[in-house]
Structures are given as C-alpha cells and as structure tokens.
Design a protein around this ligand. Structure first.
Ligand SMILES: Cc1cc2nc3c(=O)[nH]c(=O)nc-3n(C[C@H](O)[C@H](O)[C@H](O)COP(=O)(O)OP(=O)(O)OC[C@H]3O[C@@H](n4cnc5c(N)ncnc54)[C@H](O)[C@@H]3O)c2cc1C
Ligand code: SF4
Length: 576
C-alpha cells in the first residue's frame, strides 16, 4: 500500500523565533537575503544606536548543498545582478559572453534560419552561465554576511495565526516508508517569523498552499507551464563557439504543441572540448496524453543539424524542471499579511525570452527592501508588505512583462494563430486583439484517448517512451542516472496521490496513465495487478524524482500534490 508523506502528528517540535524566513535558496531567495543584509549593514553603520540583527534571518533550502536543485538554460541577463553587485563580473562564475545568436525553424530533415533574430531573442550583453554554480557563488556571499542558510531543510507547511502567515514548519527527518518514526527521527522545526518569503521556484509547494488557502488566484489567469528537459554534452572543440546561442522552433513538436529548444555553447574544462547545454521546453498544455517530453528531446537530437553538432560527443548531465509561462495576467497578489512571493513561485518569467533569472533576482531585491521596512517599523502586516506589490508594479519587472502579457495565451489555438497574435502584440506593445487574453490551465487541454487517433496521427513520432541508442539518444533511466538523483529510500512517498482509485480505474482507461509519459524520471509506473478492474495498479519510484513538479501541474485530474521529501534528497545538479 502506498503511504504518503505528511508532517508527523502529536510530536513536540522545537520552536524558533525568526525575523525573516526565506523558503528556497535559488536566485530569488539568495538575492533577497543578500539585499536584506546590505540594507541592514548600511542601516547599522548609519545608526549605531539602533542596530538590526541578521542573526534571526534564515534561508531554507531543500537541497543538500546550495544550488544543487537549480536547473536552467542558462543565459543571464545581467540587469539585476549588476544592481545588486555592481562589480559582479570580477568573481561571478560566468562561462562566456554571448557572441553569436541564431533562430531556426526545423522540419524533420531541414532547417530555416530566421533572416533577423526577433528582438526578444537578442542576447548580446548576456552571459552563458550554469545556474547552479551561479547560485552557489551567490549563496556563499549570503553566508559571508552572517545570514544562516539551512541546507537540507525543506519548508513543509506554513504556520498561520488567523489570517496571518506566522511561520514555517520544516520537514520531519527519520520517518520510514510506513510513516513510523525511525531511531534517527527528528521532528521539523517551527520557525515563527515576522516575515515569510516564498522563493520556491515554479509550482512552489508552500506557495500552492497559500494560494489555495486565500484563493489568491481568483482574479488571475490560471498559471500555465512548460517543462524543460536538458542535457549537457561535451563535444569536440570547434563545433560551437563559447557564447554561441541557438534557438529552434518546430520539429519534433507539431504546430499543435507549444515549445522550442535552446543550444548554448560554453568552454569546456579542457581546451579540446566545448560544453553544449541543450534542451527542449514542451508546453504543458498539449492534447495527447501519450506525449513524452523526455522523448521530445531525444527526437530533437536526431535532427541532422543537432546530430551533427553532437557527433562524437558525450552526454554528461541530465535534468528537468518546469517553468511558469502564464505571464503578467497569471501572477497572483504577491504580498499579504506576513508573506511575500518571489521569482518563479510568483510567475515572474518572460517566456518570450526564456528568461526568469534576472526577474527572480530583481523581485528578491524588492522583497528585501520591503522586509527591511517591516523590520524597521516592526510591522509585517499587509499594510507594510503590500509595498512589495507596489514596488513590483512600478519597477522594470512590470515594464518587461507587460510587453509580453498576452504572448502564451496567443498560442492557445496552435502555432499559426500564435504567430499571428505575436506579430500583432509586438506592434501594439503586448496588447494584440485585447488588453487581456484569457487562458485555460494547461491540463484542461489534455484529451481523452477515445477522442484521439489511435495511431497518434501527426503526433505519432512524439508518443511513447524513447528507446535510446546509448550514443545520441537515451532512455529515461539512462538519462536519469546523469542527474545524480538520490533520496533516503525509506520514507513515505512525497508524491501525494489523493485518490489512487482514480489512477487504477478511470485514468488508465480514459487517458492511458499520462503520468508515465510526462514524468521525466520514471517515477510513475502502472504495474500488472489482476485484482484491479483494469488489470493495472499505480506504483511509484519516488527516489527517482528530479523535483521538476510536472506531475503536480499536468495531471488531468489534479489529484497529485508534490510535497518536499526529506530535506537533502533530490537531484545533484552540477553545471546545469
Ligand atoms: C529548462 C529551463 C531553462 C531556462 N533557461 C533560462 C535562461 O536561459 N535564462 C533565464 O534567465 N532563465 C531561464 N529559465 C528560468 C529560470 O531558471 C528561473 O526563472 C529562475 O531559476 C527562477 O528562480 P527562483 O529563485 O524563483 O526559483 P528556482 O531557481 O527554482 O529556485 C528555487 C529554490 O528553492 C528550493 N525550494 C523549493 N521549494 C522549497 C521548499 N519547500 N523548501 C526549501 N527549499 C525549497 C529549490 O530547491 C531551489 O533551490 C529557465 C528555466 C528552465 C526550467
Ligand atoms: S515525480 Fe513529478 S516532480 Fe518528480 S520527476 Fe516525476 S514529474 Fe517531476
């Protein structure tokens, strides 16, 4: 029987007072902590008589080490990091400055270069980075200020005092598969905080709790997402320049699906090789439940253009992560009584540019300024923290996102309609046919098998698992091995399925169990079971999970909730 993870009841938990708790040590959370430290230091030197302490400011990060769970393309638009650390170029881990960019439309065998690079994909001035190394570097700066970063600690629940967010409960450690306490059991801490800042990245689990509890998304468009499946390759020198950037649209996706690929070049560790970051982002609003985003990447690599680039190379890393696509209209209120939401958790991502790092950093900085005001006034009510909402709305975050506010919604009816709307939106400052295009949640686009051609029709080549030739293409388990994923095996499943009957009786028949396809880590399996009406039963391999959150997002019945596993477990990204 499957037992799902939940905080252990009836135990006494250590209680800790805190001024500020930041949940999530990605670019948003780390930038927030660093900016807050800068403001406190400046205040303390100007006001020797009224010192503020940094001792009770904490960052919680579920990864064992800082940056280990961060995955991105990644190109860094340096706008915000320059505001935070004007001389960042001196010591930040920047792999290469962008020197060349191109955009292609791919058909199965050919490629067509866009005669000009669309303005939003112009990357001169940006840097190729590895996000997890960049965040490690930023995290070291945070620790140097005296702020404590608790790695291996996940925020597992929000604590409330009436309608105020009053703190965060961290994960219980040492709970076995059946939910019993093991000899090394340690209950999670209750951190009672004046200000709780959620910087959990896309589809944050505490953010989801908060949004549901206060129905925060009621006036926003439903958030929509894509999942990026990524591999790092070492290729012979000369294949791609360090700082060369390639975007592609089209193959293997058809005009019915939303998505595209990136290829970024950076110098390798030896002079003989280059490292290529490549990946395919598939919009999680496709119709056919048999589609498999990991396979999409494998098909993409077989295109002659990509296969040639990778020939004689070696795949060295793998990972996957979701990203919010919904844009400005999908952003819920980002501040309230005792809380603020940053970065991808809020939806600050420019999907036209495939960029969110600079927005995550900027939102972290603005939240820090607001938290600082709250500490000075000793008031973290909605009246003070709503200052963050105002700061976002009068900052370049809004200016940038406003221009692409309708972009993804324009593709609701496929690529051709999407291109028409994009062109119109570009001439009208993001407006297009109306100021606010509506949107449906991505999972609502998924269709039942009975409504789709049995042979897959135009999508046939995208369906089912990739087999892999072991050289250019890989099956999921081989890919997964290169993500370094590890969890404590003896713990309850952190993929919480609210009703497994739906999996075994309805979903298997209606949708053919799409979790087996959309999960890029083989976590979900339908195993033979003669006692079940359809002869199959859901089975989980939670230790494979790379924390991409796709299942929480894409499940057509919305019965899966991703909760953090025991802190420290997850992928071990390096160079991603
Ligand atoms: C495939 C892909 C390619 C991308 N390419 C680019 C690009 O080239 N350029 C660009 O600018 N942007 C890119 N982005 C977007 C960019 O990576 C994000 O916008 C950015 O990382 C968001 O930062 P964040 O701090 O909000 O979230 P994240 O980077 O997701 O960081 C969140 C952190 O919080 C931790 N966490 C989550 N929940 C908890 C919890 N409950 N308790 C404790 N810790 C928790 C996570 O482990 C993680 O370390 C890409 C995204 C993807 C997925
Ligand atoms: S179980 Fe869910 S979160 Fe984990 S890898 Fe699979 S789809 Fe992603």
């Amino acid at each position: 029987m499957l037992i799902f993870r939940k905080p252990v009841e009836g135990v006494e938990r250590p209680q800790m007072p805190a001024d500020v708790v930041i949940v999530g040590g990605g670019p948003a959370g780390m930038a927030c902590a660093l900016r807050l430290a800068q403001l406190i230091d400046a205040h303390n030197s100007a006001h020797p008589g009224s010192q503020l302490s940094k001792e009770n400011i904490y960052v919680l990060e579920k990864a064992r080490e800082i940056g280990q769970h961060c995955l991105s393309g990644a190109l860094l638009d340096p706008r915000s990091i320059r505001e935070l650390l004007p001389d960042f170029e001196k010591d930040a881990p920047l792999d290469a400055k962008v020197v060349k960019e191109a955009v292609y439309f791919l058909t199965e065998k050919s490629k067509f270069k866009f005669p000009i690079t669309p303005p939003f994909l112009r990357d001169h001035g940006n840097y190729v980075i590895s996000l997890n190394r960049f965040v490690k570097w930023l995290g070291a700066k945070v620790e140097a200020t005296g702020i404590t970063v608790f790695t291996g600690f996940a925020g597992s629940e929000l604590l409330f005092d009436g309608d105020r967010v009053a703190g965060v409960r961290t994960d219980d450690k040492g709970v076995d598969k059946e939910g019993h306490q093991k000899s090394n059991f340690e209950p999670g801490y209750d951190l009672h905080a004046k200000v709780v800042i959620l910087a959990e990245g896309p589809r944050g689990s505490l953010t989801k709790q908060l949004i549901q509890k206060f129905d925060l998304a009621k006036n926003a468009n439903p958030q929509t997402y894509g999942v990026g499946v990524k591999e790092l390759w070492e290729v012979p020198a000369g294949r791609i320049a360090a700082g060369e950037v390639i975007y592609t649209l089209g193959w293997p996706l058809t005009p019915h699906e939303y998505g595209g690929a990136w290829i970024y070049g950076s110098p390798g560790s030896s002079s003989k090789d280059n490292v290529v970051s490549l990946g395919y982002v598939t919009g999680l609003d496709y119709a056919d439940p048999r589609l498999d985003p990991q396979r999409v990447l494998q098909d993409f690599k077989q295109h002659p253009f990509v296969a040639k680039l990778l020939e004689d190379g070696k795949m060295i890393r793998y990972g996957a992560k979701s990203m919010p696509y919904g844009g400005w209209w999908a952003i819920p209120p980002v501040a309230g009584n005792g809380w603020m939401i940053l970065g991808d958790s809020a939806g600050f991502l420019n999907s036209a540019r495939l960029k969110g790092i600079h927005l995550a950093i900027k939102s972290g900085m603005l939240a820090a300024e607001t938290a600082f005001e709250a500490l000075i006034k000793d008031d973290s009510s909605a009246a003070t923290l709503s200052g963050f909402q105002k700061k976002v709305e009068s900052s370049w975050i809004k200016e940038e996102l406003w221009k692409v506010r309708n972009l993804h919604q324009g593709f609701e009816h496929g690529m051709y309609a999407g291109m028409f709307h994009t062109a119109l939106q570009m001439i009208t400052g993001g407006r297009g046919l109306r100021n606010r295009y509506p949107a449906k949640a991505g999972y609502e686009h998924m269709r039942k098998l009975a409504e789709l051609p049995a042979d897959g029709g135009a999508e046939a080549h995208l369906l089912g698992p990739a087999k892999g030739d072991g050289k250019l293409t890989f099956d999921k388990l081989t890919d997964l091995y290169h993500s370094g994923t590890k969890h404590e095996e003896d713990q309850p499943s952190h993929l919480v399925i609210h009703d497994t009957n739906i999996c075994n009786t309805k979903c298997v028949k209606e949708f053919g169990s799409p979790c087996q396809n959309f999960c890029p880590a083989n976590v979900y399996e339908m195993v033979e079971d003669a006692t079940q009406p359809n002869g199959k039963r859901i089975s989980l391999n939670p230790s494979n999970c790379v924390h991409c959150k796709t299942c929480d997002i894409a499940d057509p019945y919305q019965i899966i909730t991703w909760v953090p596993p025991e802190g420290g477990g997850g992928p071990n990204y390096d160079g991603m």
